[in-house]
Design a protein around this ligand. Structure first.
Ligand SMILES: [Fe+2]
Length: 233
């Protein structure tokens, strides 16, 4: 199972608060059946250059892998990535390679929680067409009640990939809409978006079970297939 979106790294964003929590989160993922997990710390272009953020992320990963070995804890394979906030400042970045998931042309983009406008959609279009990247929009379901539907559909028209949070599938008010997105080929991969071991922990196993129960095993298989394709696995 692939977890496409997680904040299990320590010392890089609002995710795990220390290395012990990072290891506990990875162990939990592993027990849920996650075999590959994408590390997606938040990236804000107005806060750091890509190289600076990538260095901090990679140090955290290296330390964590060594710690897992030392503690003899089984963890999923880690892929390096970011959750890149869409903002106009991204126009100033020439080389997007360090913002993509390692060894891919796939980038996980996060829209702001409010104030979408045409300019913001243009940034997404620019990254897709000018930089030639495969775009995955993080947790689209989070914007449903906050953003005018016409803007959400304008975004979806751009032929992007959409990631859904596993935890959203257990919410009755969101499940039907999410299932419709998958049925219509407008949602593609699942991520935990885990930040800790409690209020925002990984629910990847439950999320997959909901997909299986409500859409069928073929959708579980399709989600895995798409995730692996996007990660070049
Ligand atoms: Fe996230």
């Amino acid at each position: 199972m692939v977890d496409f979106h997680s904040h299990f790294l320590f010392d890089v964003d609002d995710g795990a608060k220390d290395i012990e929590m990072s290891l506990a989160m990875l162990n939990m993922s592993s027990k849920q059946g996650v075999t590959t997990i994408v590390s997606t710390p938040h990236y804000y272009a107005d806060a750091a250059k890509p190289h600076v953020a990538a260095t901090a992320r990679d140090e955290s990963i290296e330390e964590l892998i060594a710690y897992a070995k030392q503690e003899n804890v089984r963890i999923p394979e880690i892929k390096r990535g970011f959750e890149v906030r869409v903002q106009k400042k991204l126009y100033e970045i020439d080389d997007f390679s360090e913002l993509c998931i390692e060894n891919t042309k796939t980038i996980l983009l996060e829209m702001p929680l409010k104030s979408w406008d045409e300019d913001l959609l243009d940034v997404v279009e620019y990254i897709k067409t000018e930089k030639g990247l495969d775009i995955v929009i993080a947790h689209l379901e989070r914007y449903l009640e906050r953003i005018p539907n016409d803007l959400i559909f304008r975004l979806l028209e751009k032929n992007l990939y959409v990631q859904i949070n596993a935890g959203s599938l257990v919410k009755r008010d969101k499940l039907d809409f999410i299932c419709e997105l998958f049925r219509n080929g407008m949602a593609h991969v699942i991520g935990s978006d885990a930040h800790n071991m409690s209020s925002r922990c990984s629910l990847m196993d439950i999320g997959h079970a909901y997909i299986r129960r409500n859409l069928g095993q073929e959708y579980v298989d399709k989600i895995e297939e798409t995730a692996k394709k996007l990660l070049n696995l």
